[in-house]
Ligand binder design. Structure first.
Ligand SMILES: CC(C)(COP(=O)(O)OP(=O)(O)OC[C@H]1O[C@@H](n2cnc3c(N)ncnc32)[C@H](O)[C@@H]1OP(=O)(O)O)[C@@H](O)C(=O)NCCC(=O)NCCS
Length: 203
């Protein structure tokens, strides 16, 4: 795995995205997941119903679910050149959670974050989202979005601290399988639109 700090990422990526497989922030290492992370992903956050309550995927029932998730991560990275990152403590190497950058077009992307319960309330989600914001900017994304359940105040707060603006309520837009399986639910949509001077030159 190549490890680079965000400072080493070129300002504009060349044709086709190839995001760094590792990014360092003050306290976190954000890195491309590996198949060998399955046990830690399951034990630290994906198998914990308190963590997955407001997420769009079902709580993992066993390490096999986490293995499948990691296989999907690998496929996404191979196809898009960017994808999920695991969040690891730089201090002790512990897996703290994950985040992602998902491109829907070369200039539009979505992000999100999830942390193990013992990592809540320490500013890690804000630190991870700031890193995704910086990565999005550097690979030429113009509009970065994130959605959350309308009751999930901690998640709004993270987005607002990172400069995202609430755009409104998307009705019947998402599925929260751990709250209301099989029901299309409303979500809050937040977005960050980068300033025009950051627009890449299109020839
Ligand atoms: C939501 C989550 C990502 C927040 O992570 P975190 O690292 O604790 O977030 P941060 O510490 O960076 O910031 C949280 C902010 O929300 C605030 N907050 C926390 N709980 C809150 C609540 N119930 N109501 C209002 N604000 C709340 C905190 O005070 C903090 O704001 P502050 O810095 O102004 O004090 C984390 O709780 C988590 O992983 N939950 C489970 C997965 C999840 O729901 N992910 C988001 C899906 S949209």
């Amino acid at each position: 795995m190549v490890s680079v700090s965000t400072a080493a990422v070129p300002r504009r990526m060349p044709l086709g995205v190839r995001a760094p497989s590792a990014i360092e922030t003050k306290r976190l290492l954000l890195r491309r997941p590996l198949p060998s992370d399955a046990d830690a992903v399951f034990a630290r956050y994906a198998g914990d119903p308190a963590v997955t309550r407001y997420l769009g995927w079902r709580t993992h029932r066993s390490v096999a679910d986490s293995r499948m998730f990691l296989a999907c991560c690998e496929a996404e990275w191979t196809q898009a050149g960017v994808g999920p990152y695991l969040l690891q403590s730089r201090e002790n190497g512990e897996i703290l959670g994950s985040t992602a950058l998902r491109l829907s077009s070369p200039q539009q992307a979505a992000t999100g974050y999830v942390l193990a319960q013992d990592a809540w309330g320490q500013g890690y989600a804000t630190e991870a989202l700031r890193a995704m914001r910086e990565l999005a900017l550097r690979i030429g994304v113009l509009r970065l979005t994130a959605i959350c359940h309308p009751d999930h105040r901690a998640s709004w707060r993270v987005m607002e601290k990172c400069g995202f603006t609430r755009e409104g309520l998307l009705r019947g837009h998402a599925h929260f399988p751990n709250i209301a399986p099989g029901t299309a639910a409303d979500v809050l949509c937040y977005a960050l639109v980068f300033e025009p001077e950051w627009q890449p030159l299109v020839i």
